[in-house]
Design a protein around this ligand. Structure first.
Ligand code: F0G
Length: 444
């Protein structure tokens, strides 16, 4: 427990960057849902039978079988986390001077495209830019724009990546109809179609709840159908793998898989462990089975909805409807007196920490570069004028109960009441890419 005065001092010492705080100084940590979940007793049990053989370990076969059963992809390599899978996929596809189009690339995914000389292009559906609009599948890609893009620049497209759920767009789901339409278009134009499947189970649950044709289908069978429409998938097991570390890259094409294995050996490890311990592979194999259990995923998504409804009632404008893993507060509308270049989302994140020790994360002009100071990372984003200034409260899996969420809502209500007093921030020092992780700021 810390006091408000202590937290004000801790914030100052951290250069007003929440990534630079110590976790022991945080009371409710909603910075991310990535790797922060609690493993189940069955997963801890599986750790104990981890086989640490360098090649062909039993753990590898259990992992491979779990991934193949779920995704249908026969060719899989483990990676230490999602971004390693992304880097290797883009390297093997060759993205230099090409475009990777998406419903919404995550920040490290975009950085992995751009650091290899490609361009990431987000073409979300029009509903995605209207935070208050209640629509079932605001994570969808704009199929019309995708069709134009494929017809006009087919060969210049290295791949299309569908992020399920769409993290940068508010944790909103993508419908099966949208995945199917995008997949068909890509097949027709001979362009690879990949899933960034970090939160596939949460997406599948929304499909079951909101897409009438799937009301009777199990979450697992919906997930399997989603994967069946793609040429491959990158995965961070730190989300819907229910593990603290790990990931995979799975594909259906043999030639691509061969070059992936070569790239993997160079930096990650031999293809039967890919930079993970055998016991990590076992924890993921069990996590992949648990995450598609109906009771788990229903409870998970309803906790996030509970937080969203509480925040709305507390006077926080949020992206509606609540997403699968996080609530995104529309800080731009909460703090209209703070212009994007002074980072309203960051101001809100600092206030939630100062008031209640709650750690959250800005997703807006601090992360991506303000419209008026676009950095290399924001290049080609074509979204300056409609970028949302958000503060994300991501809920770790199987960690917090509703009493914690009630506490977050109480703190948020106090912050919302005093919003007129909140000021903006400016950057003192920042690296050219992915600046939000390490920049220092100061309040104005
Ligand atoms: N894709 C998406 C949609 C993600 O949300 C993340 C990570 C990654 C890829 C990369 O996976 O971290 O295992 O390398 N998202 C975390 C977050 C960090 O806080 O949203 P990773």
């Amino acid at each position: 427990m810390t006091t408000r005065d202590q937290r004000a001092e801790l914030l100052r010492d951290a250069g007003w960057n929440l990534f630079r705080l110590r976790s022991e100084d945080v009371m409710v940590d909603l910075l991310t849902d990535s790797g922060t979940g609690a493993m189940s007793a069955a997963q801890w049990g599986a750790l104990m039978i981890g086989d640490e053989s360098y090649a062909g370990a039993r753990s590898w076969f259990r992992f491979r079988d779990a991934v193949a059963e779920l995704t249908g992809f026969p060719l899989v390599v483990p990676t230490h986390q999602g971004r390693a899978a992304e880097r290797i996929l883009f390297e093997c596809l060759g993205v230099r001077d090409k475009v990777v189009a998406s419903n919404g690339l995550f920040d490290t995914t975009r950085a992995n495209v751009e650091s290899q000389g490609g361009t990431g292009l987000d073409i979300p559906c029009p509903e995605a830019s209207k935070p208050e609009l209640e629509a079932p599948f605001k994570g969808n890609i704009d199929v019309g724009k995708l069709e134009d893009l494929l017809s006009e620049q087919g060969p210049a497209l290295a791949a299309v990546v569908m992020t399920v759920t769409n993290n940068t767009g508010g944790g909103q789901p993508v419908s099966m109809a949208n995945i199917r339409a995008a997949s068909r278009l890509c097949r027709r134009h001979g362009v690879g179609f990949y899933l960034d499947a970090c939160r596939f189970a949460e997406n599948a649950y929304f499909v079951q709840q909101r897409e009438p044709a799937y009301m009777e289908a199990s979450v697992k069978s919906i997930a399997q159908e989603m994967f069946s429409m793609a040429d491959g998938a990158t995965f961070s097991a730190k989300k819907d793998g229910l593990a603290n570390i790990g990931g995979f890259l799975a594909v259906s094409n043999e030639r691509l898989h061969q070059s992936i294995e070569q790239a993997l050996i160079l930096t990650e490890g031999f293809p039967t462990y890919g930079g993970l311990a055998g016991r990590d592979l076992d924890a993921i194999a069990v996590g992949l089975q648990e995450v598609v259990q109906e009771s788990y995923v229903e409870n998970r998504v309803s906790d996030v909805r509970y937080l969203g409804e509480g925040l709305l009632a507390a006077g926080m404008p949020i992206i509606r409807p609540p997403g699968g893993h996080a609530i995104y507060v529309d800080a731009g509308s909460l703090l209209p007196h703070i212009p994007p270049r002074h980072f309203p989302g960051h101001s809100l994140a600092c206030a939630l920490y100062k008031e209640g020790g709650i750690r959250s994360c800005e997703i807006g002009s601090f992360m991506f570069g303000a419209p008026e100071d676009q950095t290399g990372q924001a290049k080609g984003q074509d979204q300056a004028e409609r970028r949302l200034e958000l503060c994300r409260l991501a809920v770790p899996r199987r960690v917090y109960g509703r009493a914690h969420l009630d506490y977050v809502v109480d703190v948020a209500a106090d912050v919302a009441k005093g919003r007129g007093q909140l000021g903006g921030y400016e950057i003192v020092e920042a690296p050219p890419r992915l600046r939000h992780f390490s920049a220092s700021l100061r309040p104005l």
